[in-house]
Write a protein that binds this ligand. Structure first.
Ligand code: NAD
Length: 357
């Protein structure tokens, strides 16, 4: 397979971690007889420095012409004083909207070898857990009608949660299909005991579940889901939920893994093309020191192979190479916890993973 991948390295540790992921993707391509062509484009602070804009049109065009996009991170203190609409972070919303990405996939996986990093007790997380949160990204209360009006107690502000059947169906499809590629268990999280929009959400999900008889489907109220995530995270495989509930639950789920340098994400739309990126930022405090953990970006590359290109064996190979590196005791500085000894640099961790492929 020959595929074109746009690279948005961005700022801070972005270039270091994207270079690591590219090395891993290239080795995987060579092993399985594929060819990946990488083209870098500017985004974020470095784009502002060169062009005056955080998201130049050339970058948008390049991403839309590619088969998929790998992003590092944007931002840093150098650009913190700029006005809101020319800040580096503005480019993230811009590229997601230009690419029409309405599904956010966020895995929260606790590797057994790293269980000491989780804030949860050993008896809860022993053996690790592996959850995928599928969050609706462009609808719901963050995009609904809002404003001020005169109410019973004077001036009040309001925001509106609204979901159409079409919006629910397209996120539902992404979730059921993700569940089919994983453990075939899907939990839909809503607030159908109170919200009308959640009742439509639940009804639509139930109708869709009939088309996926292999998927074990259930519903859960969001307040219960928040509690169950810390009480027994191992019960979950895939969770699908609305924009706001997903925003909150995906942060909760990532925190219980305890390791920000490990977590990948994918944003997808109607086409196979997606935007893949680590969930962390540009870590300006360690940029240029070769201390960054490249694993979140490497795993984002694996997600790209799985979800955009349908290359499951290749994605499994990368994930197994990361598992082996961790099981063999290799750690970057952020993963050291109470371990003594010298942490690996970003380059050294990348080399260990490359050897495992
Ligand atoms: P951050 O995620 O960059 O860093 C938080 C802490 O985690 C820092 O101590 C950092 O050193 C550490 N860290 C993060 N990633 C790491 C990695 N791969 N390996 C080792 N340690 C890692 O968050 P922040 O400090 O709040 O933000 C820094 C900049 O990043 C800001 O300009 C912010 O706006 C931007 N940001 C960008 C994105 C993005 O591009 N998607 C997301 C979040 C923040």
């Amino acid at each position: 397979m020959e595929l074109n991948i746009a690279l948005l390295k961005g700022d801070g540790i972005g270039p270091e971690i994207v270079d690591s992921a590219v090395a891993v993707l290239e080795k995987t391509a060579a092993k399985f007889g594929h060819k990946f062509n990488f083209t870098p484009y500017l985004i974020g602070g470095c784009a502002i420095d060169e062009t005056g804009l955080p998201l130049p049109q050339e970058t948008v065009d390049g991403c839309l012409a590619s088969d998929s996009v790998l992003l590092g991170a944007v931002g840093g203190p150098k650009w913190d004083g700029l006005a809101g609409d020319i800040r580096p972070e503005k480019a993230l919303l811009g590229i997601r909207s230009a690419m029409g990405l309405y599904t956010n996939l966020r895995p929260a996986k606790l590797y057994p070898a790293l269980r000491g990093a989780s804030p949860l007790k050993d008896e809860i997380v022993g053996g690790g857990f592996d959850i995928l949160i599928v969050r609706e990204l462009t609808g719901g209360i963050y995009f609904g009608d809002r404003g001020y009006r005169e109410g019973k107690y004077g001036t009040e502000a309001f925001d509106t949660e609204a979901y159409s059947v079409t919006e629910i169906e397209r996120i539902g499809k992404a979730a059921f299909e993700a569940a089919m590629k994983r453990g075939k268990r899907l939990c839909s999280v809503d607030k159908a005991n109170v919200l009308e929009s959640s009742r439509l959400w639940r009804k639509t999900m139930h109708e869709m579940a009939e088309s996926y008889p292999e998927v074990e489907y259930r519903d859960m109220f969001v307040d219960n889901a928040a509690m169950q995530l810390v009480r027994d995270p191992k019960q979950f495989d895939v969770i699908v939920t609305s924009n706001m509930f997903g925003d909150i639950l995906s942060d909760e789920a990532s925190q219980i893994t305890g390791s920000i340098g490990m977590l990948a994400s994918a944003s997808l739309g109607a086409s196979k093309r997606g935007l893949y990126e680590p969930i962390h930022g540009s870590a300006p405090d360690i940029a240029g020191t070769n201390a960054a953990n490249p694993i979140a970006t490497i795993l984002s590359g694996a997600m790209m192979l799985r979800y955009s290109f349908g290359l499951a064996k290749e994605a499994d190979t990368i994930e197994a190479a990361v598992d082996k590196a961790l099981n063999d005791g290799h750690r970057t500085a952020d993963l050291m916890g109470t371990d003594k000894g010298k942490p690996l640099t970003c380059t050294e961790m990348t080399e260990v993973i490359l050897k495992n492929i």
